[in-house]
Design a binder for this molecule. Structure first.
Ligand code: AMP
Ligand code: GLY
Length: 424
C-alpha cells in the first residue's frame, strides 16, 4: 500500500507517524511535508491547492490512498477531483465539506435537523446586522461565513465590539469574500472540547475527546492561535456527555448529510461547548484537528489505513476502532512573535535529546537551512508529545521533552491540560 498525505504541518506529521505503523504500508509521500517527517515519508514539493499536479503525482507513483489534511483542498473539492480520476482519497466531498466551508450551511443544517447549537442569524447587510446586535445585546459572537484560517470569529463582550467586527467584515472586507456574509450567534458559556469521529456516509465512530488551548498565553489569555497544545482524553467529556454527543450531534449530522444528498465520509470534527444544558456545537470541521490529531492518534490502537479505507468503502460498521487506556499531551513550541508576525530561520537545538527523553516531536513549521540544520519556518514550530498512564504523567513527560529543546524567541504554554489537572 502506497500512501500520499497532503499537507505539511503537525497534524500531517502525526498522520504520517500513525500511517507508518499500519500493516502493509510500503511507502509514504507527503506534499509538501516537512523535515520532521523525513525518516518516515518522502516529501514532495507540491502545493496543497494544486489538485492537478497532486493527482498526476498519485497516478505516476501508484498511490493507493491519499489522505487530505487541511480544509482548503477539501472545500475546493479535491476528493471529488481524485475520485473522478479513479484515485481513492480520504476526506469529505466538496458538497459535504461545506459543513466547514460555510458557517451558514452548517448552522442551517443544524437548525433543520434539531442539532443543539447557538441561536443564530445570517446577514449580508451591515445595518441589519447591527440592528440585531442592538436588539440582542452582548456578549454576542460575530463570525465570517467562509474560511478565514481560524481568525474569522470575534467573541464580542460589548455591543461596540460586535459592531466594530461587523464593520470590519461587511464594510472593510477584512476577510475578503469569506466575510461578505456574517453569522451572528448567541454566546455559549461552558468548557470546550473537540470530539472527532470517523464517518463512512452512514456509520459514525467517535474518537477519544480532546481539548485544545487556543489562546497564546497561560490561563487562556491573549489572542487566539491555531492551537498551543492539546490533551486527550478530555475529562470534561464524561461518559454521559459522550453518549449525548453521539446521539444528538454526530449520528443526526451524518444522517442529515445523507438525507441532503451529500453523505459525509472522512473525519467529522465537532467543536463542542459543554454547557449546563449538555453539549452544543460551536463549529464543525471537515478534517482532523491540529493539534488534536497529535494527541488522539497516539491513542488509536487499531490500524488507521484499515479505518480510512472502511470510511471510503462504507464498511466502517464492520471495522475495529480500538483505543488505548492511556493519556496523551502535546505542547506546542511557537516562534517568537506568533500569532502576529514572527521570527523565522532560527536553528532548533535539542531534538535528539527530546526523543531520547521519550517524547515524539511532531514538526509543524520547520525547514532546512542551507547547511542542513533544522530551523524554524512557521508560527507553530513543534508539537512535543508524550503519553502516560494518566494526564498528569503525560504532562510531566511532555514537558521533559520541551526542556530539551531551544531556539531563539521560543514561546510555549506551561499550563497545557490545566483544566484536566484541576478536576482531580
Ligand atoms: P470557531 O472558529 O467557530 O471554532 O470559533 C473560535 C472560538 O470562538 C471557539 O473555539 C470558541 O472559543 C469561540 N466561540 C465560537 N462560537 C462561540 C459561541 N457561540 N459562544 C461562545 N464562544 C464561541
Ligand atoms: N484545533 C482547532 C482546529 O483544528 O480547527
Amino acid at each position: 500500500m502506497r500512501i500520499l498525505v497532503i499537507g505539511g504541518g503537525g497534524r500531517e506529521h502525526a498522520l504520517v507517524w500513525k500511517l507508518a505503523q499500519s500493516k502493509g504500508v510500503s511507502a509514504i509521500f507527503c506534499a509538501p511535508g516537512n523535515p520532521g517527517m523525513a525518516p518516515l515519508a518522502q516529501c514532495v514539493n507540491l502545493g496543497v491547492e494544486d489538485h492537478e499536479a497532486l493527482a498526476a503525482f498519485a497516478k505516476e507513483n501508484d498511490i493507493d490512498l491519499t489522505v487530505v489534511g487541511p480544509e482548503g483542498p477539501l472545500v475546493a473539492g479535491i476528493v471529488d477531483f481524485f475520485a473522478a480520476k479513479g484515485l481513492r482519497a480520504f476526506g469529505p466531498s466538496q458538497a459535504a465539506a461545506r459543513l466547514e466551508g460555510s458557517k451558514q450551511f452548517a448552522k442551517e443544517i443544524m437548525a433543520k435537523y434539531g442539532i443543539p447549537t447557538a441561536d443564530f442569524a445570517v446577514f449580508t447587510d451591515a445595518e441589519a446586522a447591527k440592528e440585531y446586535v442592538r436588539k440582542n445585546g452582548a456578549p454576542i459572537v460575530v463570525k465570517a461565513d467562509g474560511l478565514a484560517a481560524g481568525k474569522g470569529v470575534v467573541v464580542a463582550m460589548s455591543e461596540a465590539e460586535a459592531i466594530a467586527a461587523i464593520d470590519d467584515m461587511l464594510c472593510q472586507g477584512r476577510f475578503g469574500s469569506a466575510g461578505n456574509r456574517v453569522v451572528l450567534e448567541e454566546f455559549m458559556q461552558g468548557e470546550e472540547a473537540s470530539l472527532l469521529a470517523f464517518a463512512d456516509g452512514e456509520t459514525v465512530v467517535p474518537m477519544v475527546a480532546a481539548q485544545d488551548h487556543k489562546r497564546i498565553f497561560d490561563g487562556d489569555q491573549g489572542p487566539n492561535t491555531g492551537g498551543m497544545g492539546a490533551y486527550a482524553p478530555a475529562p470534561v467529556a464524561t461518559e454521559s456527555i459522550l453518549k449525548q454527543t453521539l446521539e444528538t450531534v454526530l449520528q443526526p449530522m451524518v444522517k442529515a448529510m445523507a438525507a441532503e444528498g451529500c453523505p459525509y465520509k472522512g473525519v467529522l470534527y465537532a467543536g463542542l461547548m459543554i454547557t449546563e444544558k449538555g453539549p452544543r456545537v460551536v463549529e464543525f470541521n471537515a478534517r482532523f484537528g491540529d493539534p488534536e490529531t497529535q494527541v488522539v492518534l497516539p491513542l488509536l490502537e487499531s490500524d488507521l489505513v484499515e479505518i480510512m479505507l472502511a470510511c471510503i468503502d462504507g464498511t466502517l460498521a464492520k471495522t475495529e476502532v480500538k483505543w488505548k487506556q492511556s493519556s496523551t499531551v502535546c505542547v506546542v513550541m511557537a516562534a517568537g512573535g506568533y500569532p502576529e508576525s514572527y521570527r523565522k530561520g532560527d536553528v532548533i537545538r535539542g531534538l535528539a535529546e527530546a526523543a531520547e527523553a521519550g517524547t515524539v516531536v511532531f514538526h509543524a513549521g520547520t525547514g532546512l537551512s542551507a547547511d542542513g540544520e533544522i530551523v524554524t519556518a512557521g508560527g507553530r514550530v513543534l508539537g512535543v508529545t508524550a503519553s502516560g498512564d494518566d494526564i498528569a504523567g503525560a504532562v510531566a513527560a511532555a514537558y521533559k521533552g520541551v526542556a530539551c529543546i531551544s531556539f531563539e524567541g521560543v514561546q510555549y504554554r506551561k499550563d497545557i491540560a490545566y483544566r484536566a489537572l484541576a478536576r482531580r
